[in-house]
Design a protein around this ligand. Structure first.
Ligand code: NAD
Ligand code: ZN
Length: 236
């Protein structure tokens, strides 16, 4: 449980060249979201869905963290117990910015992992395609029923438990780069929270920005110094 919760979404990685759903306009990197991101897609369009995440994984190799990832990593490493870094993103840009994987709560999965549907093993494959990592077989049980380690829309998200838990003690809530359509950020604004900061490019219909004590509509890399200073002041 942490005093400061930083919850990020696709917007924080936009400046690193990973497109958000919103930019995508119903398409994400030329795929229809309903073909590859929903519960059941792995049954109906297995090959297309696996290809889609394989392509995302391969392209992640050359993506670099931006100033906002780096600054958050720095803060988390400075105040390891007081800050929870929680993200809806499946990319590894916080890890590339020098945060340990265990220090980031990835609510919706992690692109460089795969999951065996037979024995449940979750394993790291780096930037490899599903069929190329461990010859397309589970390193534990050799099953070929391997899926992306991604929570599709409509599937259970086991890490949400940790998200709610972090709010038991939360007194400062920072939201960066999320439209609030998947996770209703307003819902977390409980009376114990003294400071709440919202940073997006523009208002979102799913967020009531009047509820936040500070609203910054600008690029995350431009907002993060002010946010970091507020966190420092709050924790010092
Ligand atoms: P979203 O696409 O719905 O909203 C993006 C938000 O980020 C918008 O509010 C926009 O104003 C803001 N934004 C865009 N560029 C920004 C910038 N440079 N600085 C600050 N804010 C910026 O994203 P979401 O709310 O995260 O929900 C989409 C879902 O898609 C999530 O479940 C996420 O897992 C998934 N997704 C992940 C990635 C990734 O891993 N990088 C990329 C796309 C989508
Ligand atoms: Zn297995």
């Amino acid at each position: 449980m942490a005093k400061v919760v930083i919850l990020s979404g696709a917007g924080i990685s936009a400046e690193s060249g990973i497109s958000t759903f919103r930019d995508a306009d119903g398409l994400w990197e030329n795929y229809k979201i309903e073909d590859v991101c929903l519960k059941g897609c792995l049954d109906k369009n297995r090959e297309m869905t696996i290809n889609f995440y394989d392509m995302r994984r391969i392209s992640l190799k050359e993506k670099e963290p931006n100033y906002a990832h780096k600054k958050i990593a720095e803060l988390k490493n400075k105040y390891p117990k007081d800050i929870a870094v929680i993200t809806q993103n499946i990319d590894n840009l916080f890890e590339k910015a020098n945060l340990e994987h265990k220090d980031v709560i990835h609510l919706h999965g992690f692109l460089t992992n795969l999951e065996c549907e037979f024995c449940g093993l979750v394993y790291d494959v780096g930037y490899k395609k599903t069929e190329e990592a461990f010859e397309g077989k589970c390193p534990n049980c050799s099953s070929k029923k391997i899926r992306p380690f991604i929570v599709m829309f409509g599937e259970q998200a086991p890490k949400y438990k940790e998200l709610f838990k972090e709010f038991d003690d939360c007194e400062m809530f920072v939201v960066i780069g999320t439209s609030g359509n998947v996770i209703d950020t307003d819902m977390f604004l409980n009376p114990n929270i003294k400071i709440s900061i919202l940073n997006n490019l523009e208002p979102s219909s799913a967020i009531d920005d009047t509820l936040y004590t500070k609203v910054l509509y600008k690029q995350a890399s431009q907002a993060i110094d002010e946010i970091a200073q507020d966190i420092d002041t709050f924790l010092l």
